[in-house]
Ligand binder design. Sequence first.
Ligand code: MEV
Length: 322
Amino acid sequence: MGCFSASAPAKAIIVGEHFVVWGSKALATALSLRAAVRLCVRAGGPEVRISSRELGLRCLVWPKCDCPELRNLHAVVAAAQSSLGLKLSESVNAEVSSPIPIAAGLGSSAAVAVAFAAALMLAYYGSVERDAVNRLAYEAERVAHGRPSGIDNTVATYGGTIIYSRRAGFERLNTKLNEAVLLVVDSGQRRATRKAVERALRFRDRLGPGAGELVAFVDRLVDLAVSAARAGNFDALGAVMNLAHGMLVGVGVSTPALDRIVEALRSEPGVYGAKLTGAGLGGVVIALVAPDAAEDAASRVRPLAKAVFAVGAEEEGVREEA
Ligand code: MEV
């Protein structure tokens, strides 16, 4: 009984989205935007109810789930029961609050699932075991889009800037990313990850066995991006980001609105590179920008965007909150 709070960060994929679902490496970073969950356990139930001001929802999510938007959190509870032996015999009420744009490519659903899983662990096990939280949140991601690579829940759980692949898991990197600004430009087009992932998989099927060559090429591109990020060589990192956007255009997951934002950013002095991030078909563009050029670049794209914000790389993953 009592109340427990946890939070987890958003993420941006710098190079490798979609290809990471096919098996390539990807470079991603946690962002200084955090989703928070406050969870209270009281006598009653057993049931789990969740409310979210941003989503405008108050829903029963367990034992059955009233709201399709929160089926991912139902999956967290179900996975906690099957893999951790969680026995729910009370009434659990959780309040989600998150400044992360929803369905925009910044991993908002993974951050919420991670924070919710952590708050549940605090309530029932007294501490946050990150590997367990990551596994529960992966189940939530499976519900959200069927074939997740696991990168979103991994970044939300462990934080930092990481290199990730399905095969090798993640490696935390020391980079100089924080010496530049990451400008996040929200196109305002809400995207559907599932649809974008399916479209990319159809593209892969067209390549047949040749898809392996493309995965190997993306691995090399990620290696280049990692060396550049470690060295603080933002010209090189921006060039790789531009190339990665071109590949995503070819795969068919960009949109005219995203391409316009990318072009507008690239024509600004001090912008090293710009690309869509996340699944695409809407959502956000990220740009790597010199700190003294960030304000002008942001002003240039504001008329094309729903919101523009400058964020930093975030070291901390999931954490308990007071
Ligand atoms: C979504 O943030 C990134 C994708 O690569 C999907 C995934 O990795 O699960 C499009």
